[in-house]
Design a binder for this molecule. Sequence first.
Ligand code: GDP
Ligand code: MG
Length: 290
Amino acid sequence: HVAHYAERGEAGEVHDVLLELKLIADVGLVGFPNVGKSTLISRVSAARPKIAEYPFTTLQPHLGVVAIDHATSFVMADIPGLVEGAHEGKGMGDRFLRHIERTRLILHLVDVSGWEERNPVEDWRSINRELKGWHPALASKPQIVVANKMDVDTSKANLTKLKRATRKPVFAISAVTGEGVPELLRELARILPTLPFPDLLTPTGAEPKSLEAPLVPLSVERVSEGLLVARGTKLERLVARTPLENSAAVDDLQNRFYRLGLNDMLVAAGAHEGDVVRIGTFEFNYMPDE
Ligand SMILES: Nc1nc2c(ncn2[C@@H]2O[C@H](COP(=O)(O)OP(=O)(O)O)[C@@H](O)[C@H]2O)c(=O)[nH]1
Ligand SMILES: [Mg+2]
């Protein structure tokens, strides 16, 4: 059998695709701007995010490898941009929240110095509200609360209040002086091997929309005197790829119409000789079988 014609290519499909990058890190560092996230990650790893550029210090999450000893290391991500209303997209916070989905542990940094009359207990509560608002799974992710800026005088009193509110251990550190940091790292190294890896395949946040065009089944409809319209994904594709100026190709197309059941449907729709049958942009005259 020799091919006497080449089929045409079908029309290509056009899709808009939105790809989301989600980091995978062991530890996700969260907290309001200026609590000391960048200072801490630059102290414990080689990551060098910018420090103190209020309010959006860093627009990209920074990853740092924290090496405890030659056998133990983990990846920490400085996740910037959490503000009140972040889970609703405020301050681009939703861009950052998605990165937290894939961390094994949340390290929640709270500034307990009380500067600018901030209330550390309120701060801790509202960050947790943002996490939960983004995805309930984030609220149940293991979380270690860390009180930062313990080198400031006012911090001790606030630490007591924070401990009372969280009702769980709070690590007290100073990212600037390094006080409490080795103890925190030891705890992270101890707890991480006990935690599962996050499920990477189940999407969270917004549901992706399907890009598949639905297969339209074959249908024939009389739209006016002398005109029938045949619709169907397979049928339209067949016609689109047939070089209609080639008689051998058109013969094959007729056979394929039969196999799809088009002729039976035309008969059922009451087609008679000379009717125009339209398929996509193509029209032909109906000739009943002898
Ligand atoms: N006194 C004190 N200041 C700190 C400490 N950690 C961070 N800071 C300061 O807090 C400001 C914000 O720190 P940064 O790391 O940029 O916070 P981020 O926005 O959470 O990344 C900077 O001026 C830091 O020097 C700390 O432990 N003690
Ligand atoms: Mg920062």
